[in-house]
Design a protein around this ligand. Sequence first.
Ligand code: DGT
Ligand code: CA
Ligand code: ZN
Length: 576
Amino acid sequence: MDRKEISRILNEIGVMLELIGESPFKSRAYYNGARTVELLKEDIGDLVAGDRLKDIKGIGKALDEKISELVKTGRLRYYDNLKNQIPEGLFEILKVPGLGPKKVRTLYEKLSITTLGELEYSCIENRLVDLPGFGEKTQQKVLEGIQYLKKNRGRYLYPEAWSRAEELIGAMEKEEEVKHISAAGSLRRKSETVKDIDILAAGYDAEAIMDKFEALPGIEKTVERGSSKLGVLLENGIRVDLRVVSPEQYPFALHHFTGSKEHNTAMRHRSKGMGYKINEYGIFREDGDEGVSCASEEEFFKTLGLSFIPPEIRENTGEIEAAEEGNLPSLVEAADIKGLFHVHTVYSDGSASIEDMAEMARSLGAEYIGISDHSRSAYYAGGLKEDQIKRQREEIDRLNGKLRDFRIFAGIESDILPDGSLDYPDSILEKFDFVIASVHSNFTMDRDSMTKRLVRALENPFVTMLGHPTGRLLLAREGYPVDLESVIEAAAEKGKIIELNANPYRLDLEWHWCRRAKERGVKISINPDAHNLEGLKDIIYGVNAARKGWLSKQDVFNTYPLDVMVDVLSRGRGGE
Ligand code: DGT
Ligand code: CA
Ligand code: ZN
């Protein structure tokens, strides 16, 4: 059992202790323990084997015993017992934005609420307003939170679905019956979240292909099987729909099952105007049912007088018109990214050193990295005090002295305080190579105040870019209310960059708005917001989102090669 999993279990114990009304000190010990374990530098198995866990600050006797049991047996009786005492539904209620364990306990104790449905009903019946710690406003927020959860129920983050789809497709590609195979649906369009995995295969023996698919590892059960369609469930609950067509039908079926539905509808309409009928089987002349053969999706578009439309932008937001006029943008690619900004290290809440992050970035093909740990107000994330900023700078200078053809930029992710000012005085801010300004606290402001807060931050001459502009967390919480039109306008006026946070939970700025920023001439920086080495690879999800937002290489800030970036950052703050 690894660090992460143990940390998750300790955290959950903390939550459960709060739920059953144990003393707050007890749960805090578990939360702290979880954090300590997560940040451990040494292998936890070694620590347990050498009986050295208890020497670590923050791990007392009780925690030592529990962690040891987990490491040695892979289970924890204490955890299982707690879990058995608590109604299942309370864990779902905990996912409602704004409801922590303490409030959930109140709901359970005072109103006997144990399911999301009961909670929704109680809100509608106005029963939350008089509860201690609640009120009219909280009740309204809870209701909105439930609606948000319901809307997103049964959806998955892109990476979770994509990693499974890649494995399945990779395994099927080896089968000789399979002539072509590809992801389709929202997964191929690189949507931020997906309902299911759509896969399209081509071959002449559909039964054999479906038999082999059913036998792949990780497939829990078949829920539907027809002559050319198979529906299965994976062990993690995701549904996979496999469709099998003949190689001749493949280009048409690939287009059809990639969608989106809205794009397909517009394409059908357009074809009709040209005297064609299109569906998953082919392109047919309206008079006479004669088919037109196409060897590829490119040919399919060509036959209809269009240049190839990349799957990411098939959302019926003007792509067909642009393809007709030959005006499609050439979309940014992963290889265009030359450096990575927004990187955390052990100085704040990251788990790797500056040097290790730099080496990893370099191995991923970057020419530079922009280190930006948290600022002092973010005390919960180990925000940097002045002396730490100084020490970090010295370390970066030392590393830059020995690195060849690679550069570490020294930055900060400064909190934007409620009034829109930043976390340090100008005398400190001016020393950084770049400054990312982000909101991390006081989310519950009205739209107007929040907009003013962000605009004021963008007016600060030392700010290079705005970090995760809405604070949304996919499948977990909606962003704070803010007028993005005004924020983009302010960025355009002041020559500031806006971040597209590439963390697959965020993808913030959202892609529709990226497109808007591009129209206004605002550059987007695709940033990993990495807290560990693996996190640097999240950049690809940002590239996916940027492509959905029609961004080209020249719209993306961190496509500048190193020499240009040095120049741009030294000429003031990021603007041109
Ligand atoms: P999702 O699954 O909600 O993340 O989004 P999609 O786009 O993958 O939707 P899905 O799985 O229901 O269908 C996959 C594709 O199949 C869809 O993008 C277009 C095509 N398709 C499915 N149903 C229809 C339909 O009723 N009309 C049209 N024109 N196309 C459809
Ligand atoms: Ca789908
Ligand atoms: Zn942040």
